[in-house]
Design a protein around this ligand. Structure first.
Ligand SMILES: *Cc1c(COP(=O)(O)O)cnc(C)c1O
Length: 453
């Protein structure tokens, strides 16, 4: 059989991350201090985030930022990741399209999240911190951060959205195996958690609430800062190793993508695979279409509004310029827990506003249908999150067939679904529902936004 796997060597792991902001004509708007509504000084964030990460967050001039040797060494445990041509999937779809996927599921924790977790743990350690806090939804970020904290000898406390804590006990066990403390959120351990629990004792949590709790604990603990797994500019930056490798691998395959697709939670794996290619759209006149695939039940890019909003539910974070559904938006409990976030990061939001990227929404049932087809053809059970990207890729491949055009599609397989088999069980049993947001639902969560600005 013809080889369809494109492998790089350790020496090909990128030595620098790509900072797309340096090449953007319209830079993302600055975060605002919610009190004064004035642009934040980067230093204002030093109490919460590691200083080096804040500097990366605010960097609008350097297109390349060197990857520390220690981080690169740890990347070698599983990077470079394979690029695979999905010929069996192509055949099943009977499409003229060529479909490639970048397989980020091969990391020790099974997702792309470790690319940024290791970088963030490194900078926290280098600054002399001993403790860090974070939040996790479905548990992938928590698992990645738990391993990264261990690798650099940091103590980690993770606030895990309560519904996932109860429904996805294995991710909790993974974090605990790496030595992290895991607390279901909302909890009584913080003011933010107590307030929510006293108003609504049965609340099963959201990422926004968990962020509030993790930030509060970091602010109250000496030698402790907070780390975040998506949304912020520096997280997008670290994830660009995905696209930088894919660029070389597409060259090995002798093709260049017409379409790049990734699923979308806060934007980190989407940014990771697409920014290095967008660079060629900006600088070399390439015209690759870049598509974010989000769940119909949490449609911030396709149905949200672009404006300043809090990154968390309680309102501890700065105002971030984002496509948002409102920071009080409580997304339905779809199985793709990693996509249940109310907003999109500032860089991606600006790119969307300037029509430099596209977005589509995918029903939960379409995502699982595509996931099962992918599993049967390519032999990998995808994460429910990644399945949204697969469904969007299938749609484009079907469109190529209708148009009778050969198109080259590249999507990011952000993670595997081996710890999400309960979700597959309910799909296979026919128990999955779709959740479409009505305009009235959307208007309700947008309402507090009007009061903010
Ligand atoms: C967290 C996660 C996502 C969504 O987060 P992004 O920051 O939008 O990438 C997608 N896929 C997997 C496997 C995840 O763990």
């Amino acid at each position: 059989m013809e080889s369809k796997k494109f492998l790089l060597q350790e020496k090909d792991i990128p030595t620098a991350w790509y900072n797309i902001v340096a090449d953007m004509k319209n830079k993302p708007l600055p975060p605002l201090n919610p009190g004064t509504k004035q642009p934040l000084n980067p230093e204002d964030l030093y109490p919460i985030l590691a200083e080096k990460l804040v500097q990366q967050e605010a960097n609008m001039t350097d297109p390349w930022i060197e990857i520390p040797e220690e981080v690169r060494d740890l990347y070698k445990q599983w990077r470079p990741t394979p690029l695979v041509r999905a010929t069996a999937l192509e055949k099943a779809l009977d499409t003229p399209a060529h479909i490639y996927f970048k397989n980020e599921s091969v990391s020790p924790v099974g997702s792309h999240k470790l690319n940024s977790a290791l970088a963030q743990a490194y900078y926290c350690k280098a600054e002399g911190l001993t403790n860090i806090t974070t939040e996790t939804g479905a548990g992938q970020w928590g698992a990645a951060m738990a391993y990264a904290a261990r690798a650099f000898g940091l103590e980690l406390a993770v606030y895990m959205v309560k519904i996932s804590y109860e429904q996805k006990p294995y991710r909790r066990s993974i974090m605990q195996t790496f030595g992290a403390q895991v607390i279901p959120s909302p909890s009584m351990s913080t003011k933010a958690g107590r307030q929510i629990l006293t108003e609504n004792p049965t609340y099963m949590g959201s990422l926004g609430t968990a962020i509030s709790e993790a930030v509060e604990l970091a602010l109250q603990t000496p030698n402790c800062k907070y780390v975040l797994g998506s949304v912020l500019n520096h997280v997008m930056l670290h994830q660009t190793v995905i696209g930088l490798e894919a660029e070389k691998q597409m060259e090995m395959a002798g093709e260049y993508p017409d379409i790049i697709i990734a699923c979308f939670g806060g934007g980190s794996n989407f940014s990771g695979i697409s920014f290095p290619f967008l660079r060629h759209n900006f600088l070399d006149g390439k015209q690759t279409r870049v598509i974010a695939a989000e769940p119909s039940s949490c449609p911030k890019l396709t149905r949200g509004v672009f404006q300043y909003d809090f990154g968390d539910e309680a309102g501890y974070t700065p105002f971030i310029p984002m496509y948002t559904l409102g920071h009080t938006f409580a997304p339905p409990h779809i199985h793709a827990g990693g996509l249940r976030y109310h907003g999109a990061g500032a860089i991606v939001s600006q790119l969307k506003k300037d029509s430099l990227i596209e977005a589509v929404d995918i029903e939960q049932s379409d995502a699982f249908k595509a996931a099962v087809l992918f599993a049967k053809t390519e032999g990998i059970i995808p994460a429910p999150e990644s399945s949204h990207a697969i469904a969007a890729a299938v749609r484009e491949a079907e469109q190529a067939k209708i148009e009778g055009k050969q198109k080259t599609i590249l999507f990011n397989l952000s993670g595997h679904g081996l710890i999400d088999m309960a979700a597959y069980d309910s799909y296979l049993a026919g128990d999955l529902s779709n959740y479409d947001m009505s305009d009235a639902d959307l208007a309700r969560s947008m309402d507090p936004l009007e009061k903010i600005i």
